[in-house]
Design a protein around this ligand. Sequence first.
Ligand code: NAP
Length: 295
Amino acid sequence: MPYSFGLIGYPLEHSLSPRIHAEFLRVCGLQGKYDLFPIPNDDHKEKELKMMIQRVKEGELNGINVTIPYKQNVLPYLDDLCGDAKMAGAVNTIYAINGNVFGENTDVEGFLLDVHNLIDLSEKEDALVFGAGGAARAVVAGLVKKGWKVTIAARQVHQASQLVQDIRASMEIEVSLKGLNIEFCSLNETGTIFQKLGERLQLVVNCTPVGMLGHANRSLFPEDIEIHDKLCVYDLVYNPRQTPLLKHVEKLGLRGRNGIGMLLEQARRSFEIWTGCAPSCPVEGIIQDLYEVYS
Ligand code: NAP
């Protein structure tokens, strides 16, 4: 039987996931399709989310990915969370075994694999994360697992506070709390955080859609502050390729990387969960093809 996968989220028209998974199917010599299932963010969304998960439960779909803004909304409809989804409290990959539906979070591994091309995480330093939504949950979980100290800067401080509480609660179960250091602040306070952390701040990660095509065309990086030249900046946004944040930090002489590599790595892991086959193609080989779609 050909595989049937899909993506739920909204909006989805610019999604690269169908092309990525078509390439993975080809490389692994498998038959299948990957469809987009846009679910508008309105009063019907909970019913629609439940229905899509039911389709996975019944085996009509072999697996689905979840994207912005539903990575937390799907949690009540799942039988259990696996691996990194427990710690992140957010899900991007859903699959069923014997009629039970499970949620995993492959963004954590996708982020850690790709950020490694920018910075060596084995030196445990400080990171600043913009945003406190589904993607931020994965990034914070990944950095904390690596022993980094993380400050989350969000426009809704209560959202960041909830994220910190959830990660702390999950880590009490998962690993020792010793050394766990996560803080939060308002996005308006990032200049102060830069000053306070000084050279200890080694990584800034944008986990908001700011800078993404169709969203606010600007950078959240604070203006007029003193920055040391070893600071690295990772932007989860990848469309456009050179995001406003990456343009901004390039002018300051800092190194940056967009999130296309993470997109590919999280997709590779989801594909492996669904099929048992890990597509061996290097990400660089398909990044150029993907950007041709946008041009
Ligand atoms: P989400 O759950 O909706 O969370 C978005 C976060 O960004 C929220 O904290 C939101 O705050 C904040 N935000 C939105 N607009 C903002 C603005 N104008 N100024 C300041 N903060 C703002 O979305 P998500 O799933 O975390 O995704 C976030 C971004 O990461 C998206 O662009 C997504 O495409 C990208 N992403 C990329 C990858 C990859 O593989 N490269 C993986 C996952 C996500 P409010 O609640 O106040 O709106």
